[in-house]
Design a protein around this ligand. Structure first.
Ligand code: HEC
Length: 144
């Protein structure tokens, strides 16, 4: 049974990647990055920090450099990033409103974010505090 479960998950993930790749023929190659940068400043920067945009930091939503840094490091392509951002704009979760921007604006802003996110700025992700050591005398070992 365990085995079947894993295969099912793999198929779902694979379908997701295919769906993204085939995102309605969206092509980001000719997107207008300057227009996308302006859209970011107008529609997204009130909640998101993105180093390249030069807008004042905001912590209402995730820092988009941090969101994409790890995937950038493992080699995700700009095209894939743009697809993820564009899809997120459609299916956003509260408090981020859905379809904040649509059509060309959505395409441009997604391509712009994809072209810069996770490349500049310092990570704001901090390591968790170390787990405090439990003093030996207060451990409840059965062997004690
Ligand atoms: C009102 C504040 C607000 C605005 C405006 C906003 N967002 Fe968000 N956004 C959020 C919040 C909060 C989340 C996290 C939601 C969650 O994880 O449930 C989020 C998540 C995201 C994510 C996923 C990041 C991750 O780490 O999972 C992306 C991508 C994103 N927003 C892009 C955009 C873009 C592009 C715009 C402009 C078109 C925008 N957002 C405008 C608040 C906002």
């Amino acid at each position: 049974m365990r085995h079947t479960g894993r295969v099912a998950v793999a198929i779902v993930l694979g379908a997701g990647v295919l769906a993204l790749a085939g995102c309605g023929g969206d092509d980001f190659a000719d997107a207008d990055l300057d227009a996308g940068k302006q859209t970011f400043a107008a529609a997204c920067s009130s909640c998101h920090t993105l180093n390249d945009a030069g807008t004042p930091p905001s912590q209402i939503g995730p820092n988009l450099d941090d969101s994409f840094r790890a995937s950038r490091e493992v080699g995700m392509s700009d095209e894939q990033f743009a697809g993820v951002v564009q899809r997120w704009i459609r299916i956003a979760q509260k408090p981020m409103p859905r379809d904040l921007v649509v059509g060309e604006d959505a395409r441009n802003v997604s391509a712009y974010i994809a072209s810069v996110a996770g490349m500049g700025g310092e990570s704001t992700v901090r390591p968790a505090n170390p787990t405090p050591e439990i003093p030996r005398e207060s451990r409840q070992d059965q062997n004690d």
